[in-house]
Design a protein around this ligand. Structure first.
Ligand code: AMP
Ligand code: MG
Length: 314
């Protein structure tokens, strides 16, 4: 695997590799993505294979701009509004899939819908522009594990695997995945919390956005949600007041004095940026478990609470 600084020569080479059906991991503003040509069955199959991802879990398709995204999904007025407000940016839209658009069937896991996003990260934008086609890209980590927010995380997960290149652009600006909004008939559903908040989406649409519950009846709306996610490899204990024997600690404005301890601070943006690298460091540090202190209240912490809850279910 070739890990290169994301300069224009490296990006040109990465685009060539994508055209040849290879996988390229690249920095986005959310997390590192593991990209393939979304029109190639063989390339997309490689993503599922190297990640160990089950075939029923659909991938997000990344496009260079709104016009390119319109080739793959049916945009109604809600979609146009959200795209105008948030793209390029950290919101993925689930829309009816456009017939005959040439996307591999595997990308959408056999659904009639497709998830689309125009990312704002400079490396992602340059790569999409140079490649000139749609890139299917889930997070660049082994399925079920902690997402990658630095190039070193990608190398750690896929060394020896079938990933041709990593475009290194340092640490990701948000460090958490995109929000996923499903634009269904008669309702908008937040399928995954992420960098863009529900209230921001509601303000743009002028209507209520439904939060997806974890009830079974909602499961078919978003395949992949119920699967294991963000697991650091050791048990995660939430709502702790301190670390026990052999445990590492993640606190918010609270540092534990003994043992391996991280304070993610009381700033939600900073905590989000650092969360996955801290989970990875603790997971590999030899601790027997991770104790996590009380997460602060407020909407801006919802996404962090969501990821920690999923990590604790690992
Ligand atoms: P990841 O690629 O790991 O960032 O995860 C993408 C997630 O987006 C999936 O696990 C689904 O929950 C969601 N998703 C992608 N495509 C669709 C779709 N067509 N319908 C509903 N949810 C989707
Ligand atoms: Mg993922």
């Amino acid at each position: 695997m070739d890990c290169r600084r994301a300069d224009s020569a490296a990006i040109a080479e990465a685009a060539r590799l994508l055209r040849a059906g290879e996988l390229v991991a690249f920095a986005t503003e959310t997390v590192y993505g593991l990209g393939a040509d979304a029109r190639s069955d063989d390339a997309v199959a490689k993503i599922f294979r190297v990640k160990g991802r089950t075939a029923e879990n659909p991938l997000i398709v990344h496009a260079g701009d709104v016009a390119a995204a319109r080739e793959f999904g049916e945009f109604d007025e809600r979609a146009e509004r959200l795209a105008a407000a948030f793209w390029p940016g950290a919101l993925s839209l689930v829309l009816p899939r456009k017939k005959g658009s040439g996307l591999s069937e595997m990308v959408t896991a056999g659904l009639e819908t497709v998830a689309l996003r125009v990312p704002s990260g400079v490396t992602a934008r340059e790569l999409l522009k140079t490649f000139g086609g749609p890139v299917a890209a889930p997070s660049a980590n082994l399925s079920g594990g902690v997402s990658a927010t630095e190039a070193g995380h990608v190398v750690a997960d896929f060394a020896g695997g079938d990933v041709a290149m990593v475009l290194d652009d340092g640490a990701c600006r948000f460090g958490l995945e995109s929000s996923v909004a499903g634009l269904f008939k008669g309702e908008v559903v937040l399928l995954r919390r992420g960098a863009v908040g529900r209230v921001e989406i509601e303000e743009v649409l002028g209507m209520k956005v439904k939060e997806l519950s974890d009830r079974d009846e909602d499961a078919p709306l978003s395949p992949g949600r119920g699967l294991r996610h963000y697991a650091p490899g050791v048990p995660v204990r939430l709502g702790a007041t301190g670390a026990g024997d052999g445990e590492g600690w993640i606190g918010f404005g609270v540092l534990n004095v003994s043992g391996v301890s991280y304070d993610l601070t009381l700033d939600a943006a900073e905590a989000g940026r650092r969360l996955y690298s801290v989970l990875r460091e603790l997971g590999g540090s030899g601790v027997e478990g991770i104790a996590v202190g009380e997460v602060p209240g407020g909407e801006e912490w919802d996404v962090i609470r969501d990821r920690l809850r999923r990590a604790s279910e690992g």
